[in-house]
Design a protein around this ligand. Sequence first.
Ligand SMILES: *[C@@H]1O[C@H](CO)[C@@H](O)[C@H](O)[C@H]1NC(C)=O
Ligand SMILES: *[C@@H]1O[C@H](CO)[C@@H](O)[C@H](O)[C@H]1NC(C)=O
Ligand SMILES: *[C@@H]1O[C@H](CO)[C@@H](O)[C@H](O)[C@H]1NC(C)=O
Ligand SMILES: *[C@@H]1O[C@H](CO)[C@@H](O)[C@H](O)[C@H]1NC(C)=O
Ligand SMILES: CC(=O)N[C@H]1CO[C@H](CO)[C@@H](O)[C@@H]1O
Length: 702
Amino acid sequence: MWWTTCIIWVLCVSLSECRRLPEEKPQMHGEVQSPSYPQPYAPNLQEQWDLSVPEGYQINLTFTHLDIEASADCHNDSLTVLYDEKLLGKFCGHENSAEGHHPGNQPILSPGNRLTLIFQSDDSNPERQNLGFTAQYQAIDIDECSAQPAESSGPLCSQICLNTLGSYLCSCQHGYELRSDQRTCVLSCNGGTFSEPEGHLFSPGYPTPPPHAVSCQYVISVESGFMVSLNFSDNFHIESVDSEQGPDCLHHWLQITIADREPVKVCGGTSPGLVETNSNIVKLDYHTDDYGQSRGWSLDYNTHRVKCPLPGAVVNGRVTPILTEYLYRDYISVRCDVGYKLMTDGQEINSFSTMCQNTGQWHLPLPECHIIDCGEPEPLQNGGVTFLSGIENQYLSVVQYHCNEPFYSLLGGLTATFTCEADRRWRSNNEIVLHPTCIPVCGKPVEPLPHVQRIFGGYDAPENTIPWQVLLTVSGDRGGGMVIADRWILTAAHVLQQKGITATNATIEVYLGGIDVHLLLKSPMRASSVYIHPDYNNPNSIDYNHDIALIKLQDQLTFGPSVMPICLPAEDATYITNTAGVVSGFGQIDSGQGRLSTNTLKFVELPVVDQERCHTSMNEAKTRRSNVPDLTDNMFCAGRPEGGKDSCQGDSGGPFALWNGKQYWAGGIVSWGVGCGLKGVYGAYTKVTNYVGWINKTMHEN
Ligand SMILES: *[C@@H]1O[C@H](CO)[C@@H](O)[C@H](O)[C@H]1NC(C)=O
Ligand SMILES: *[C@@H]1O[C@H](CO)[C@@H](O)[C@H](O)[C@H]1NC(C)=O
Ligand SMILES: *[C@@H]1O[C@H](CO)[C@@H](O)[C@H](O)[C@H]1NC(C)=O
Ligand SMILES: *[C@@H]1O[C@H](CO)[C@@H](O)[C@H](O)[C@H]1NC(C)=O
Ligand SMILES: CC(=O)N[C@H]1CO[C@H](CO)[C@@H](O)[C@@H]1O
């Protein structure tokens, strides 16, 4: 600011007529005085003031005092007031002077925002000293609105003029709008963009005819996914020209434009009524020219959602919700019936829903419902599965498990049918048989033992009559045993332990499934472990108490006609004196010419001997022989008082099988005797009923 002032000052110094420069800023008010006022002015003065106030204002000039030498027409000294070139007054004299022209109290109003004052005096010296003048001025707002209009240009505003400080504004009556000239008003189109879901549109001035040359545009633009329908009211009139093809919208028209379609012009005296545009954007152009008359039109528009095609049905499934029509943003979901699964593009999906899009299309195609399947039923060891109904393991298929009869039977003895359920599992139809298991059938050979004659030394056992029979070799020595489970052989402890040393499993070979020793020896089975009864203690071969042991096989047995377990004793099994049991083995036989090892399985039926009687017999034997072991309650005796039939060396560990009316059970294990088949001396057998707990425990724990 300081700088600006300085520059102007420098400028002023260089220009002699400095004070004539227009004032920097228009003033709102001010004061003007003749030079040296209130002292009399000097002769030969020529002074000028250019007053200005802001644009849009007038200057109101009021003299507070004027005393200038009076002369005719103020010829000599004068104060002249000019607005541009126009003379507003030329003043001289004083208030009461007869001569001259004094303004009195009358203010002078400039037509515009400028005023020029020129004061001049001649060289004469009047007899009376004149003081000159002093005047005040102020800016006054021009009321442009009430100014008399110039004839050529018409009224300042065509409808409403509003005076403002320093200026004015034109405005229009309701229903009209100001044109771009800011002066004239035209009937309002009420045009523009309409985005509400419904609305009312009408031509300017409707229903009275609008002025000529209307050009109005209306755009209805709503959210995509919605469609606009126009409902023209009956009172419709747009001038048309009759042509050979019928009414032609030549000069006046309403053009309806929808995206991707040819615009359509409508006119005439008949309302188009309801127009479904099927579009979310509609443009209406109303046009009239300078001639003719159209009363115009009005319409209500509303919108409705885009419709999607009916989704159709899904076989074995359900589409929800069921509606008469499906619109933009509607959802449907599909669920399959029980036992079916949702599939889309070959893939299974957990759930399905699809939405009607703004394009009128579902965003996903419907899935399919495929029947579920449970997969192959689990195979059953030593059994099988048969289909009772249904195909390909599909939902509600029923299968039945069976075991390989007669060697295996279903645990629980019930039939095991399973149904493919909706959760894709095979479910048992029986609450007891949740997992079918085939358990071996014991003690029921497919071939019966022949009726046994009383033949010295035993009898050849036909094939498959004693399928639990086991031939053992321990370091080459023969022993016997019996199959009691698919991995377990029951035998005598003394077969596996000699002089306190237990055979290693590598020295043990197990043969089973036949009656011919030569054939049997071709396919040995191996032991994986050996369990001697913990209380067995017989280093000197005189204490056969607890003469029981188990061999666990490396490989599992599959039972059939030639290999079958013997049953373990029932809880309540008893040894009834004189009941015959079957003793079998590959041990030595008395041929009459000495003892020989047999090449085929032999058996003999021997009755259970009363324990007291056996005690007596053994005690008698002790008197004749040394080293006769003690008979304990863990042993029982069998044999014939007349002798001749007995188990013998090599039969040790073999079975003494008792028949309970249905099955053979392991009553005894060939243990010891005094000689073989001697008269009045019986064979001693381990009493298996006393060891069921140990056997069971050992098998379960290993
Ligand atoms: C001009 O000024 C005088 C004195 O100040 C006043 O009386 C008069 O009303 C003013 N005129 C207008 C048009 O404002
Ligand atoms: C169209 O408007 C008329 C009244 O102007 C009304 O009676 C009619 O129901 C409307 N039609 C539709 C489809 O909205
Ligand atoms: C042999 O028997 C021992 C002890 O009973 C056992 O630890 C081992 O695993 C068995 N060997 C084989 C090859 O099974
Ligand atoms: C065999 O042992 C198991 C568990 O050790 C037991 O549940 C079962 O009752 C026993 N069976 C016999 C016949 O002792
Ligand atoms: C009153 C007065 O001084 N009048 C003079 C005006 O000027 C003319 C000549 O220019 C003189 O003659 C008058 O005397």
